[in-house]
Ligand binder design. Structure first.
Ligand code: CS2
Ligand code: MN
Length: 364
């Protein structure tokens, strides 16, 4: 596995490249041009700037997370073709800079959803938390109006300045069924995968987080069967997944090690993190250590080793520890600890294998 670390860019991240450099075994940064709105072409000059910054610290920029998909593409509107053309152009620019993997997602309106970004854990740290009841009982359109009239901030993604577009988006999605969303993804993949293939880039869709429909909006990249369906939509190695153990693991029916074994050659990028699930459907993010949460991290790393995984891996969200002030989920310390845990498992499996391969006639 090739270890990489997410970095939000100069002036946009509390973590410096110099500090990331000191985490053992990290070879590249996972990056994006976060200020460019979905649907616009990423200029080559801006891409090259990031490449230079990374190279000053001996990092590569092989993995991008994310080139976001414009809502009109997910909605299947006639305007989508314009945005798909821009997407293709961005793929070509990224290829010129040597990028190998593009992570993206196909979640309507919201990316990952949590109800509390700073939930206190028993050890005094804080972490991202999802309270199922709160999300289930929300009436999205009513909520838009309530926030608009009270000017109160409720949850990430519901910022007052986003309200007008949220209202329009919710209305637009009223006409999009789950099957429609599949069709729109299919259309998008048929267009972009040949371009990615020609550019030697792998597209890697991130699963929906959480992996179930929320706020009445459809979500489709949620489980084993759906991932199998997605990979068949355009059955080509350039159509891959970002296998995220934390996103998928929120549903206890999802067996990540099994997915690794079945989809091995279609996983150019892996996110590994742990969460603790509660019986009522809530979950909280924990340290990466297996015993701290509900996800079988050791079996996951072993499965990657078993399939001879040579793709990119990053620790995913971490807790906020040691009073670090950082982007929610993206501090330095806990993710660095996570990396050391992942290397610990990987190296001991590797070492065990070496011991096993040694000739048995060692004599004293
Ligand atoms: C998240 C997402 O779980 C995660 O990795 O941080 O924001 C993720 O980057 C996107 O869904 C990928 O498109
Ligand atoms: Mn993830």
């Amino acid at each position: 596995m090739r270890m990489v670390f997410r970095w939000f860019g100069a002036g946009n991240d509390s973590v410096s490249l110099a500090h990331i450099r000191q985490i053992p075994g990290v070879e590249g940064i996972v990056w994006a041009l976060h200020d460019i709105p979905p649907g616009e072409v990423w200029p080559l000059s801006r891409i090259m700037e990031v490449k230079e910054q990374a190279e000053q610290h001996q990092f590569h920029i092989d993995v991008v997370e994310s080139v976001n998909v414009h809502e009109d593409i997910k909605l299947g509107l006639p305007t989508r073709d314009r945005y798909i053309e821009a997407y293709k152009q961005t793929i070509k620019h990224l290829a010129k800079a040597g990028v190998k993997v593009i992570c993206y997602n196909f979640m309507p309106v919201f990316d990952w959803v949590r109800t509390d970004l700073y939930k206190k854990l028993e050890d005094g740290s804080t972490a991202l938390f999802y309270e199922k009841k709160v999300v289930d009982e929300m009436n999205p359109k009513g909520l838009v109006e309530t926030i608009a009239s009270n000017k109160t901030f409720t949850m990430p993604g519901w910022e007052p300045e986003r309200l007008a577009s949220l209202k329009t988006l919710f209305e637009a999605y009223e006409h999009v069924s789950t099957e429609d969303l599949w069709d729109h993804l299919h259309y998008f993949l048929q267009e972009v995968i040949p371009v990615a293939e020609a550019c030697d880039i792998k597209m890697a869709i991130h699963p929906d987080d959480p992996p179930w429909p929320i706020f009445g909006l459809p979500r489709i990249v949620t489980n084993h069967d759906n991932i199998r369906r997605l990979l068949k939509l355009v059955d080509h190695p350039a159509n891959g997944i970002t296998l995220c153990s934390g996103a998928l693991g929120a549903d206890l029916n999802n067996q990540v090690p099994e997915m690794i074994r079945e989809f091995a050659d279609r996983i150019p990028f892996a996110h590994i993190r742990n969460i603790k699930r509660f019986d009522n459907g809530d979950f909280v993010e924990t340290s990466h250590r297996e015993q701290d949460g509900s996800i079988d991290i050791v079996s996951i790393v072993k499965a990657y080793h078993e399939v001879g995984f040579t793709g990119y891996v990053r620790p995913d969200h971490g807790r906020h520890i040691w009073d670090e002030q950082c982007r929610p989920g993206y501090g330095l310390y806990d993710r660095a600890l996570g990396i050391m845990y992942l290397w610990g498992i990987w190296d001991s499996v590797q070492n065990g294998q070496r011991m096993h391969d040694l000739p048995s006639q060692i004599t004293i």
